[in-house]
Design a protein around this ligand. Structure first.
Ligand SMILES: Nc1ncnc2c1ncn2[C@@H]1O[C@H](COP(=O)(O)OP(=O)(O)OP(=O)(O)O)[C@@H](O)[C@H]1O
Ligand SMILES: [Mg+2]
Length: 358
């Protein structure tokens, strides 16, 4: 029997302070022995978004307690742990450094291997915590800072097929919530408001829908929501109609662009056997899940979602990516630095800013 690795994972890239202990199991997935997430929603609510300095201070205040709680709940001592993994990027440097530094110290004083994890690889591999998925698979990563289609060829091997050329999808949800005064965090509040509205009431733009392959764009949609929101004068019904129309437009965009990405993926891997993994905070949205399920039935592929608790930021996915990298001997020295920008496919073209040709 091969040894089952146990890892401590730490995540502080944005506004969640998180620590988890996970162990590989016989099914090729993970036993999550603890998964503690402390959200800073109350701290950032009054500002309608994450304030970096406040987030960093809250991480500093909470991190010791969260790690201690994760170890206690797991009933695993530091001695029994095979390695420590922490998010090293991308994200806010002031936040990343809090988790990264404490993880490096723990690894150093307990003489354990250390893995610096790309937060996006955490999201990319997160469905593996509960599903045994074979490489390669197609990933739709939709989160607060990213919206991308990628081929996940293996651990540490990614090829980007498409990305947003402006806003991330989570950002579009958060800004729509702010414009409609629906509360923070934005995604869940827009989803809730959408249930009360008529999704066909407003006709909103679907930017670059007929060009640029599976690249995405949400800025024009956001501007249209802003324009309409100014006209509705706080009318509750229209507010819900606008939220529902926004979400419906997102679904139409994702339906079409995912269809294109599936075709690109099939060509690339030379097979019609497709697994689509949808990960990141926005993957928690039920209407998006149902929409892509509908597409999967229509054109024949398998769609896999992480459990809701592993969609938003958490440390279980960081510990899992840590184990996967450890097994490939992708370890780090403890002088590794935090990185604010860290694409999964380092060779992918940068798709933002003036002069961009589509
Ligand atoms: N039910 C939902 N519907 C739509 N969006 C949602 C939902 N739940 C969460 N989100 C969005 O998910 C985002 C948070 O996801 P996540 O925590 O993965 O992002 P992040 O870590 O800030 O960014 P990244 O992972 O790109 O660095 C927020 O923008 C939030 O509004
Ligand atoms: Mg995230």
């Amino acid at each position: 029997m091969t040894k089952k690795n146990t890892f401590l994972g730490i995540e502080t890239s944005c506004d969640e302070t998180a620590a988890a202990v996970i162990r590989e199991n016989d099914k090729g997935t993970a036993d999550v022995l603890s998964n503690i997430v402390s959200s800073q929603i109350s701290e950032h609510k009054k500002f309608g978004g994450v304030v970096p300095e406040l987030a960093a201070r809250a991480h500093l205040e909470n991190i010791d307690y969260i790690i201690k709680a994760a170890l206690e709940e797991s009933k695993v001592s530091l001695n029994e742990i095979d390695g420590v993994a922490a998010t090293a990027g991308p994200g806010l440097i002031v936040c990343l450094t809090v988790g990264l530094n404490i993880a490096k110290s723990i690894a150093a004083f307990s003489n354990k291997p250390f893995v610096a994890v790309n937060h996006l690889e955490g999201h990319a591999l997160s469905p593996g915590l509960e599903n045994n998925i074979e490489f390669p698979y197609l990933l739709l990563l939709i989160s607060g800072g990213h919206s991308q289609f990628l081929i996940v060829k293996d651990v540490n091997e990614y090829e980007q097929l498409g990305t947003t050329i402006d806003d991330a999808l989570g950002e579009a949800f958060d800004k729509t919530a702010k414009m409609l005064d629906l509360g923070y965090p934005g995604g869940p509040s827009v989803e809730k408001a959408s249930e009360l509205g008529d999704k066909n009431f407003f006709k909103l733009p679907e930017p670059i829908i007929n060009k640029a392959g599976c690249n995405l764009s949400f800025a024009g949609l956001k501007t249209a929501v802003l324009r309409e929101s100014k006209k509705i004068n706080g009318n509750k019904k229209l507010k819900f109609d606008l939220a529902a129309s926004f979400q419906n437009t997102i679904n139409k965009i994702l339906f079409k662009k995912t269809k294109i990405a599936i075709e690109m993926f099939k060509k690339n891997i030379n097979s019609s056997n497709v697994n689509l993994v949808v990960a990141g905070g926005v993957a928690a949205n039920i209407s998006i899940r149902e929409n892509l399920k509908k597409l999967s039935k229509e054109i024949g592929f398998k769609v896999i979602y992480p459990n809701l608790k592993f969609c938003g930021d958490n440390a279980a996915m960081i510990a899992w990516a840590g184990i996967k990298r450890f097994k490939k001997k992708l370890l780090n020295e403890i002088d590794v630095n935090a990185r604010s920008r860290w694409p999964l496919d380092e060779n992918a073209p940068y798709m933002k800013g003036p002069g961009l040709k589509l």
